[in-house]
Design a protein around this ligand. Structure first.
Ligand SMILES: Cc1cc2nc3c(=O)[nH]c(=O)nc-3n(C[C@H](O)[C@H](O)[C@H](O)COP(=O)(O)OP(=O)(O)OC[C@H]3O[C@@H](n4cnc5c(N)ncnc54)[C@H](O)[C@@H]3O)c2cc1C
Length: 631
């Protein structure tokens, strides 16, 4: 009989992914453990950035992380199926297509919005708790602006251009923050008078952002007021229709857009799971994050309900998902190894709430930040998370979406990092610098004097490697003091060579332009003394220099590996300058090289063909080839 232990993780959210990653690492080399992660979607949704998609700030795919790619090169088998049944008696999880037996089950299916029985919200309002929700809001916003732009009836237009967010938790405030930025572009694109647009937050409580310090909440409120967001407090919504909301006070607000962010409950979908449910449909756990009904069923993230303090369930936030995930992973391992389990112990660091792409308030480990630094912190926290999930690939993706491809200047860096020019303008610079490097290499190859002695076409037809060539043994061209000393003392092996080396070094020194820095800095001299200890090595070094210059020149001319060639070009310049061998005129090579690094080879260069090919090959190798889900 097989000894294999089957772990099934249901839900590829923050909690599920974390557990699967930890277990995969732990059991990397253990063939007796099989891990399956099942999610209805082929991607992990970055829920904390959904408002950016809903509010037209980033492209939709930026919040979707392909689960197969996350778990490529791990032992986790990713399955894309909707699970509709969990049979804890027979230890089996079923979707429409398959059933999966398990020894250990981890449930991390997250949460769904709850409407508290307010009539009409579900039918007429929007929620923001899934990728689909975000897309619906995004599409609705563009279509309602389109309609409003054609509407002659002022009252109807007002209804269309009034946008209400219900709830002032992080979801609600982050959502309205996106709208306050997006409205400018929407009104421009659809030719709508911006003064007719109303943004509103409606909150049942007397205060907003109640998880934040009052000072921080007040700062966010001021920012919203400054951007003409009306905030209605003490205003519970009692009814929603297709064209208005009704408040408890009796006030009616005409609107066709209500985004409901007032509350969530455990997502048990069609399967009640047959486990004990606590407050708001969440599954009750013990201190080991096991279901109180079944010891081999562990619960993680939003759906887990554990009262660390009496009457206070685990919060429905990412940190709780990750930390419950830690407990679950280590307790599954402990159970397998028949060790004592660890109790869940929370260690939350606080909250960060963005109000659009340029403003944020944060309360982190007692550190209270707002504005630029709070936003930097939010980005750093996101990057830290992505690093753990997918390394450099996800970091680069995030930076691209949040900065390099950001439209409308909706980031803390404004549009400075996303401003783009046609690369065509770089082609002449690339060819020019390419020719210069090529000629520089050829000149060194021939030898300075030999090269100067050849006139016109003779430089091509009568090209020869002269006695003064940089690559000829004994020709030390680098004007370094210690090479001269070696030469004078007659280095043991090559007396002739080094004597001529010292002469050459002296000659070379006199032929260099007035250097930017007169003397090599101490640290660089120490490095150079180790790398080029004597005349013989110096000549080998010179050969490398000539070859590198030749390669840079040819690459730039062909537009092949332009980024690398440009980086090498900049590196060479830095070395020449630090060696006290280069004058001011060389600096423009450096700045030219930096300009060329912006993809200069992708226009009329081989990089146009080569780079996409390489990117695809590397990506398939590193992250796995994208396959249709049905396969
Ligand atoms: C707009 C917004 C902003 C937020 N901002 C913050 C923030 O700033 N800070 C913070 O800490 N938290 C924030 N949150 C909350 C945070 O996103 C959640 O606490 C977190 O996502 C919970 O993680 P989870 O793993 O429990 O569930 P989720 O991340 O929701 O993942 C659940 C997964 O289960 C899958 N699933 C569900 N049912 C099934 C089924 N039957 N079969 C197969 N798969 C299924 C889903 O597809 C999903 O992938 C925000 C949420 C939103 C919506």
């Amino acid at each position: 009989m097989s000894n294999q232990k089957k772990i099934v993780v249901l839900g590829g959210g923050y909690g599920g992914v974390h557990v699967a990653k930890k277990l995969a690492k732990k059991f990397k080399k253990n063939d007796d453990v099989q891990i399956t992660l099942i999610d209805k979607n082929p991607y992990h949704t970055l829920m904390t950035e959904l408002h950016e998609v809903a509010g037209g700030r980033v492209h939709p795919e930026s919040v979707q992380l392909d689960l197969r790619r996350i778990f490529h090169r791990t032992k986790v088998n990713v399955v894309t199926e909707f699970v509709h049944k969990i049979d804890t008696e027979n230890q089996i999880v079923c979707s429409e297509q398959n059933c999966y037996p398990y020894d250990y089950l981890v449930i991390g299916t997250g949460s769904v919005p709850t409407y508290f029985g307010v009539p009409g919200v579900k039918e007429n309002g929007f929620s923001l708790w899934s990728f689909e929700d975000a897309i619906k809001i995004r599409e609705h916003m563009t279509s309602i602006f389109e309609k409003a732009s054609l509407e002659r009836d002022a009252a109807k237009r007002k209804e269309m251009l009034t946008f209400v967010v219900a709830g002032s938790g992080f979801t609600g405030i982050e959502m309205i923050g996106e709208l306050l930025e997006w409205k400018k572009r929407l009104s421009k694109e659809h030719n709508v008078d911006p003064s007719e647009i109303s943004l509103m937050v409606v909150e049942a409580m007397p205060t907003i952002l109640n998880m934040l310090d009052r000072n921080q909440a007040a700062k966010a409120e001021n920012y919203m007021n400054k951007h003409k967001v009306e905030i209605k407090k003490n205003a519970p919504i009692v009814e929603v229709t297709s064209n208005k909301i009704v408040l408890k006070t009796g006030e009616e607000i005409p609107t066709q857009t209500l985004i409901w962010t007032c509350g969530i409950q455990g997502n048990s979908d069609s399967c009640a799971y047959g486990l004990c449910l606590g407050r708001a449909g969440r599954i009750v756990t013990n201190e080991f994050m096991q279901s109180t009904d079944k010891q081999n069923v562990y619960i993680v993230g939003d759906i887990a309900y554990y009262e660390e303090e009496k009457g206070k369930g685990t919060p429905q936030i990412v940190e709780a998902a990750i930390q419950t995930g830690d407990t679950v992973a280590s307790n599954i391992v402990a159970d397998m190894e028949k060790r004592e389990k660890t109790k869940f112990k929370s260690n939350y660091h606080g909250f960060m709430v963005s109000v659009g792409g340029r403003y944020c308030v944060a309360n982190l480990s007692g550190m209270k930040l707002s504005g630029f630094f709070a936003m930097v912190m939010k980005h750093l926290v996101n990057l830290h998370y992505l690093w753990g999930v997918g390394g450099i690939y996800l970091i680069w993706r995030y930076l691209t979406h949040e900065f390099f491809n950001m439209e409308d200047r909706r980031s803390i860096m404004g549009g400075h990092l996303s401003s783009k020019a046609n690369r065509l303008w770089l082609v002449p610079l690339r060819l020019y610098i390419g020719i210069l490097w090529f000629l520089e290499a050829v000149k060194k190859l021939a030898g300075d004097k030999t090269w100067e002695s050849l006139k016109g076409f003779d430089k091509i037809t009568k090209f020869t490697i002269g006695e003064d060539s940089w690559i000829k043994a004994g020709n030390v061209k680098m004007p370094f003091e210690w090479l001269k000393v070696n030469g004078a003392s007659g280095a043991s092996q090559a007396a002739d060579a080094t004597t001529s080396a010292s002469q050459a070094a002296e000659g070379a020194a006199s032929s260099w332009p007035t250097p930017i820095i007169k003397e090599m800095p101490g640290f660089f001299q120490s490095i150079m003394k180790v790398m080029i200890p004597n005349a013989e090595v110096a000549v080998w070094f010179q050969r490398i220099v000539v070859l590198t210059e030749l390669a840079i020149g040819l690459c730039l001319l062909a537009g092949l590996f332009t980024w690398l060639a440009s980086a090498a070009s900049a590196f060479m310049v830095v070395n020449f300058v630090l060696s006290a061998m280069a004058g001011w005129e060389i600096l423009w090579y450096f700045f030219g090289a930096i300009a060329l690094m912006g993809g200069a080879g992708r226009t009329f260069g081989l990089d146009y063909y080569v780079m996409p090919w390489i990117t695809e090959k590397v990506s398939n190798w590193w992250l796995g080839k994208q396959k249709p889900i049905y396969k």
